[in-house]
Design a protein around this ligand. Structure first.
Ligand code: G3P
Length: 218
């Protein structure tokens, strides 16, 4: 399973990258706004900087909602760097745009996916990634991890090549459950990635080893 970090915060991207386990980055307009990035050029430069930090797929989201506009916007995003993946919302024109990008050799991430039916459409259009938002599904009293398992089953039975990118991850446990359910990628906040490190027995065991090491070293 690949690990992406879900942020536009450069310090956090750098920190995750230095761990050596990072395979890519996802962003969205809300995450860009959170970093105070303002204006078209600033947004494009920010994507470029992220591409320079991380050697992996970097999702950059279109903010237009009609086919022609999405194509124009997506082409400009894809021109920033070969690792850019154009993130397209799961709407009718979005499906058409994903098909166009696929036919023209541009990688896509179909975002705002909340059902298996939407995941089938994304795969049929040839999306590189499909992003089910599991935390938001949990928020609505459904089971986000169950959706990952359902999509993984459908893609396996049908032989779809689209990778399942579990998004809207809220905890380390979400990552473990998504890995179990068959996600190809988890895109996570830094805290959830670092949360995987934590176990009290590791801390207790290490403290004891270090204490005993003092004895052997005198
Ligand atoms: O990748 C999608 C993600 O950014 C949404 O997360 O926490 O806003 O539901 P969240």
């Amino acid at each position: 399973m690949k690990f992406f970090i879900d942020t536009a915060n450069l310090a956090q991207i750098q920190e995750a990258n230095e761990l050596g386990i990072l395979d890519g980055v996802t962003t969205n307009p809300s995450l860009m706004a959170k970093e105070g990035i303002k204006g078209h050029d600033a947004v494009m430069n920010h994507y470029k900087t992220i591409c320079e930090i991380v050697d992996g797929d970097i999702s950059a989201e279109v903010i237009s909602t009609t086919f022609n506009e999405m194509i124009e916007e997506g082409k400009k995003l894809a021109d920033i760097h070969p690792n850019i993946v154009v993130k397209v919302p799961m709407i009718k024109d979005g499906v058409k745009a994903i098909k166009w990008f696929t036919d023209n050799g541009i990688k896509t991430n179909c975002t705002l996916v909340f059902s298996a039916g939407q995941a089938i459409l994304a795969a049929k259009a040839g999306a590189t990634y499909v992003s089910p938002f599991i935390g938001r599904i949990d928020d609505a009293n459904w089971d986000g991890v169950e959706l990952i398992a359902q999509i993984a089953h459908i893609y396996s039975v049908q032989g779809f090549k689209t990778e399942i990118l579990a998004a809207s991850i809220r905890s380390a446990l979400h990552i473990v459950k998504c890995a179990e359910a068959g996600a190809d990628v988890c895109t996570c906040p830094l805290d959830s990635i670092l949360g995987l490190l934590k176990h009290p027995l590791t801390d207790i065991g290490l403290a004891k080893f270090l204490e005993d090491a003092k004895k052997t070293l005198g």
